[in-house]
Write a protein that binds this ligand. Structure first.
Ligand SMILES: Cc1cc2nc3c(=O)[nH]c(=O)nc-3n(C[C@H](O)[C@H](O)[C@H](O)COP(=O)(O)OP(=O)(O)OC[C@H]3O[C@@H](n4cnc5c(N)ncnc54)[C@H](O)[C@@H]3O)c2cc1C
Length: 367
């Protein structure tokens, strides 16, 4: 067992000891990223929304609500849009902000307080770190790839309060998979029982017990998301303005479910046959961006696809639950997944053997 695995096991044992109040379908999704106590100080439970941008069927939100009830404090949901990402552009920022407006509208209706920070020119403050200082515990999503993995771990290392991350993306929680599978059929077989137990379950929502908290003296000016001038906000960010928004792919839960319903009712049955034609734009669901930012619930998508019971839906579920979740679980167990170390030994050997090969492009260039 590697040091990483040992660390993870210790952390998980600690998690299990400290989660008596959480129902099983949430407890199985939680990891503690640091060993700080929760609830000793602070005025609220902070849910840092990063990759599950929705106000429903959201395990991280539900964990935050349970902890808030346990600690007798309100929940604040905060989202912060950074402009230092490798792919920060008008397209990304617009889609993300449209998603946050949808999610916050839903949370507002449920009586949950929200704070939006956008790192605009000259205002690149560390909003989440500042909010974490006043929190009793911070909850976020367990996203095993960069930049989220690093961002969450940095906050966990720097903050004085407990930080828990929750798997919001996979039907079979990543931490229940035993190892990094590199063959789909092995993953499919090893996780079959876990998947079958969870596939058709409805998701029980949790109600907040506290009034939304009013926030005074914030260290930054929060964005008024209810009256957001989206184009002006995006124009004020130091990002790539050469990549514009895509008019036919609006961000947010509403647009995501509209696209899903249309696909589910009209094309899911033909998915197995049509998906292999790369020129057939409507042969696939085009749900990827909504799933990526958690603007739709993968639990609902999987549940509704399973209900149809067609050849198409079975093929769709194989992509959604095997290929997609295999990749999540792989990254979860393989922290260096984005380096050459993650390659099999034979591939690394081949690369090493040919490291000194002449650059073919330079040969072509000399002709
Ligand atoms: C040769 C090849 C390589 C691919 N490599 C990847 C890859 O590295 N990463 C990746 O995410 N997708 C990969 N895909 C799958 C697919 O092309 C992309 O996920 C696609 O952009 C998603 O479009 P969609 O939402 O319409 O997918 P749909 O076909 O409608 O599938 C629904 C969802 O299932 C998931 N999914 C579907 N197929 C795959 C898959 N093969 N692997 C992982 N998740 C899947 C995605 O979340 C997708 O949104 C690959 C497909 C092919 C043919």
């Amino acid at each position: 067992m590697s040091n990483e695995d040992l660390h993870r096991s210790d952390s998980e044992r600690a998690t299990a000891r400290s989660l008596p109040a959480l129902p099983g379908h949430l407890a199985e999704r939680v990891r503690r990223l640091n060993a700080r106590d929760f609830g000793k100080t602070g005025d609220y439970v902070l849910y840092w929304m990063q990759t599950a941008c929705r106000g429903h069927e959201n395990p991280a939100l539900d964990v935050a609500l349970h902890l808030a009830t346990h600690l007798d404090r309100p929940v604040i949901v905060a989202a912060s849009l950074c402009s230092d990402g490798a792919y920060s552009s008008d397209r990304h920022h617009t889609f993300w902000l449209q998603g946050i407006v949808d999610a916050f509208t839903e949370l507002h209706r449920r009586g949950i307080a929200t704070v939006l920070h956008v790192a605009q020119l000259g205002h690149n403050v560390s909003a989440i770190e500042d909010l974490a200082r006043g929190a009793s515990v911070v909850v976020s999503e367990d996203m095993p790839v960069s930049p989220w993995r690093g961002r969450s771990q940095s906050l966990a290392d720097e903050t004085a309060v407990a930080l828990w991350v929750v798997d919001t993306a996979c039907i079979v929680p990543m931490r229940l998979t035993q190892r990094a599978f590199d063959r789909a059929y092995l993953y499919r077989d090893a996780t079959r029982a876990l998947r079958m137990q969870r596939l058709t379950r409805t998701w029980p929502e949790v109600s907040p017990v506290h009034e939304p908290k009013s926030l005074f003296n914030l260290p930054f000016v929060p964005v008024d998301w209810q009256h957001l001038d989206l184009a002006a906000t995006v124009a004020g960010c130091a990002i790539d303005h050469g990549i514009g928004p895509v008019a036919h792919t609006r961000g947010g839960s509403s647009a995501g479910y509209a696209r899903w319903s249309d696909f589910r009712d009209n094309r899911l049955r033909q998915y197995a046959r049509r998906r292999i034609n790369a020129l057939d734009q409507d042969g696939v669901s085009r749900m990827s961006p909504y799933l990526h930012l958690g603007q739709v619930s993968p639990f609902r998508i999987a549940r509704e696809a399973a209900k149809q019971g067609s050849d198409g839906s079975r093929k769709f579920l194989d992509e959604l639950l095997i290929w997609r979740e295999l990749s999540y679980a792989w990254c979860f167990h393989q922290p260096d997944h984005d380096t050459a170390n993650a390659l099999p030994a034979w591939a690394r050997q081949t690369l090493a053997d040919h490291a000194k090969d002449v650059d073919r492009s330079s040969i072509r260039g000399r002709r």
